[in-house]
Design a protein around this ligand. Structure first.
Ligand SMILES: NC(=O)c1ccc[n+]([C@@H]2O[C@H](COP(=O)([O-])OP(=O)(O)OC[C@H]3O[C@@H](n4cnc5c(N)ncnc54)[C@H](OP(=O)(O)O)[C@@H]3O)[C@@H](O)[C@H]2O)c1
Length: 346
């Protein structure tokens, strides 16, 4: 049997802000019968995670390219790999059988052929929706957990600032911080997001950074006595403003610098004297650094979810053709919470 597989490619390298016109939908015939001896697994993709870091893989040059295997450059015209949840429709691999639900690094496509050595694991059924394994119980959740608890070593009562706070990672960081008993302020790019942070997610305060003329003054307004912890998702001017307002021995966890991904002129230049005299720590990390605490992360997050203490926000688009606009939207602030493209339900 043969079917047609639609998949998304970049037409060329993307050096600044992505546009839908930079992408193309391609199709190819996909045979479902595997060669004897093949270890391939053919997966029907159900849910695709849409993540900002891919923009750096779409550039011809990026400091990230040589850092870790999953940051290597993408090739124009070729399939784009990403975190996906899917259902096995044919398998030559003894570990997987038809109808298994799997999570792994597959492709921005309707179907993926998963080769031996690729990242793929079976997902057992649970009381929560499968999509949680891409967000709160997956990569975003682990990023939030590791970047906050492991890097910042927070204490109850400390003052925490989170940027891109309504996004996939940011909203979880803010909620973890509130559950620990911290004072939490988030910034986001619209009034609707500000309301969500305060009214649904329990942030103490939130502000729309796009409406602020002076970011330093805005941060000072919410932290007159200074910030203990800044969880940075955006870099650029917000990082500079946060550093100017840190307390002595403050910790900055650099998760990502999205404002710099699409515009090199936004590169942050924090006041280094503040680092010296206030003994501030600024530390970057990758979620992959925290596999050793994956069990603790899962246990704690499941407890919070079961008690209803942690709210889950997902932002869904439908169909493989919607992937380019879903991805471009990350850089325009279109998404609220974890961005997922749904291809089919399980
Ligand atoms: N270190 C790691 O292992 C790791 C893992 C996952 C993610 N990350 C990083 O964490 C950050 C958040 O990722 P995510 O998956 O949770 O994405 P996300 O926050 O769900 O989506 C991106 C959000 O960033 C904000 N944004 C976009 N352009 C911006 C700009 N120029 N200035 C300020 N804010 C901007 C937008 O919200 P607004 O409406 O608020 O502007 C947008 O909704 C990214 O920097 C990402 O690369 C790092």
């Amino acid at each position: 049997m043969e079917l047609t597989n639609k998949y998304i490619v970049i037409k060329h390298y993307i050096e600044d802000a992505p546009k839908e016109s930079h992408f193309k939908v391609k199709s190819e015939a996909l045979g479902l019968s595997l060669e004897p001896g093949s270890d391939d697994v053919i997966v029907k993709n159900l849910y695709i995670s849409i993540d900002p870091y891919l923009i750096n893989r779409m550039k011809s040059h990026s400091a990230s390219h040589n850092a870790i295997s999953f940051a290597t450059p993408l090739i124009p015209g070729k399939a784009i790999d990403a975190l996906v949840i899917g259902k096995v429709i044919a398998s030559g691999n003894a570990k997987f059988e038809k109808d298994d639900v799997v999570l792994g690094v597959f492709t921005w496509a309707e179907y993926s052929v998963v080769k031996e050595q690729s990242i793929i694991k079976k997902l057992e059924s649970s009381e929560f929706p499968l999509t949680y394994h891409l967000g709160v119980l997956g990569f975003s959740g682990l990023t939030a957990y590791g970047g906050f608890f492991e890097i910042c070593r927070p204490q109850k009562g400390e003052k925490v600032f989170v940027s891109a706070a309504s996004g996939s990672v940011g909203n979880i960081v803010g909620q973890y911080a509130k559950l620990l008993g911290c004072y939490v302020v988030g910034c986001a790019g619209s009034q609707k997001k500000v309301e969500l942070l305060k009214e649904k997610l329990g942030f103490d305060e939130a502000f729309n950074y796009k409406e602020e003329i002076d970011l330093n003054a805005a941060v000072k307004r919410y932290f007159p006595d200074g910030i203990d912890i800044y969880f940075d998702n955006v870099g650029g001017k917000m990082l500079e403003a946060a550093v100017d307002n840190m307390k002595a021995f403050g910790r900055v966890s650099v998760c990502g610098v999205i404002s710099e991904y699409t515009n090199a002129e936004n590169k942050a230049s924090p006041n280094m004297l503040n680092l010296v005299y206030k003994r501030i720590t600024i530390r970057g990390f990758l979620a992959a650094d925290f596999m050793n605490v994956f069990g603790d992360f899962t246990d704690k997050t499941l407890d919070y979810l079961r008690d209803g203490q942690l709210k889950v926000i997902e932002d869904r688009s439908l169909g493989v053709e919607s992937i380019p606009s879903a991805f471009v939207g990350l850089f325009n602030g279109d998404n609220v919470g974890k961005k997922i493209v749904v291809l089919a339900d399980d």
